[in-house]
Design a protein around this ligand. Structure first.
Ligand code: PAF
Length: 291
């Protein structure tokens, strides 16, 4: 495995690969966990050349404190990546990625109007800046993203297509801890109390998923099991906040294609429930497919 700490080194490593080799790409911000490793494993099912970038992208943080506190562990990341079978790890500097301030604004197809969009102004534009820049550098055939960041995945698919990048976006399932908590680099920042409370998020989403399945399979006109999306959100919020340690920032039920809020179950063929929850100072997100 080659580790490139600069763009120049990375370009050298890339040019030493055979011309006809197809590259699978896993962009990350480091502090890797088994969720990231599962992306690498998935990439290895498509190609033996897997490039992983480790770059904490400043332009996607709307909160400077969040950027400063973001966990960093490059050495351990490289150890895990070598073990997983990655070919090249790219650890660029901010200057490598942004030789000049990036002033590009992207058409995000309105997919940033709900969920994380209004809560983190500029976040998805920053993601588009870094992902397009990395696509230009790495020139992958495949790129792998986790479904935990459901909205990010939809937005990346959108601009990749709009801008004509010849990159196939591959969605990878969310990996969870044994107690259901979605794996995230931010889990490292949780106090032991908040870590113990955090599985309530997925528990509430799963319960909502079960209720939605009853409604959708039995027909929403059936008595007792009829519940509106808004009521399901209220139940999930109450269940998450019950223990007093977690605070829901939002729970939304959206059309899984255009990410618009839905107010009844017949409004969309695919429906997703998405949540952002504060566990103390740490903001966690998760989502579940309802339909
Ligand atoms: O999902 C992430 O870790 C980041 O948003 C990404 C895609 C690596 C861009 O910085």
């Amino acid at each position: 495995m080659t580790i490139s700490y600069s763009l120049a080194d990375f370009n050298k490593a890339l040019s030493s690969l055979p011309n006809d080799c197809t590259t699978g790409f896993v962009p990350t911000m480091g502090a890797l966990h088994q969720g990231h490793i599962s992306l690498v494993k998935q990439a290895l099912t498509k190609t033996s050349t897997v490039v992983v970038s480790v770059f904490v992208n400043p332009t996607q943080f709307n909160n400077p404190n969040d950027l400063a506190k973001y966990p960093r562990s490059v050495e351990e990341d490289c150890r895990l990546l070598e073990e997983a079978g990655a070919s090249i790890v790219f650890v660029p500097s901010v200057e490598d990625i942004y030789p000049a301030p990036d002033t590009r604004t992207f058409d995000l197809g309105g997919l940033d109007q709900t969920g994380e969009g209004p809560k983190r102004p500029g976040h998805f534009n920053g993601v588009a800046q870094v992902v397009t820049r990395l696509f230009d550098i790495v020139k992958p055939k495949y790129a792998f993203f986790g479904e935990k960041d459901f909205q990010q995945l939809a937005i990346i698919r959108h601009f990749t297509k709009e801008l004509g990048y010849p990159v196939q976006i591959v969605a990878c399932p969310t990996l969870r801890e044994a107690d259901g908590l979605a794996m995230s680099s931010r889990n490292l920042l949780l106090t032991s109390q908040h870590r113990a409370a955090a599985p309530a998020i997925y528990k509430a989403l799963s319960e909502a998923g079960e209720r939605a399945a009853q409604i959708l399979h039995n027909g929403s006109s059936k008595k007792n099991i009829n519940i509106t999306p808004q009521e399901l959100i209220q139940q999930a919020t109450a269940s998450i906040e019950k223990g007093g340690l977690l605070k829901v920032e939002y729970i939304e039920i959206v059309n899984s294609v255009n990410l618009k809020l839905i107010s009844n179950w017949d409004e969309a063929d695919g429906i997703q429930m998405c949540a952002a929850v504060y566990a103390g100072e740490v903001r966690l997100i998760d989502n579940i497919k309802l339909k």
